[in-house]
Ligand binder design. Sequence first.
Ligand code: HEC
Length: 121
Amino acid sequence: MSTTIYTMALYNSNSFLRKNSMKRILFALIAGVSIAAPALADLALAQKKNCMACHAIEKKVVGPAYKEVAKKYAGVDASAKLATKVMKGGSGVWGAVPMPANPQVTQAEAETLVKWVLSNK
Ligand code: HEC
């Protein structure tokens, strides 16, 4: 009887340790991922908001390549103007084809997206 209790206690403390180190490993994994995640999260947002239907990072599709956009505005504070354009649409900067309004995008999302677009240098 006492052996059983002892064994159980040992077993429990063992699985406690195991759980704890699993937690630590998970935590380390999550911490690592969240450092690498912002760029990916913003790409996911751009996909979700349909931006990638007309844009790609590396090449022109209907709209300009995000890399080209980032190059064009390097060193210029264009974020506010671009965020408004993402929401309201516009034309004439990259050619005759207009970007339609994107009413599915909030101000905060537009700012996040523009920040990400401009980071694709
Ligand atoms: C239907 C196609 C289409 C969709 C969808 C679209 N765009 Fe565009 N985008 C364009 C075109 C075309 C231009 C070029 C407009 C111009 O020449 O002024 C452009 C231009 C831009 C620019 C540069 C604007 C400038 O004045 O230099 C940014 C930034 C941009 N788009 C971001 C986005 C984001 C973010 C989304 C998603 C919310 C998005 N676009 C969705 C077609 C699109």
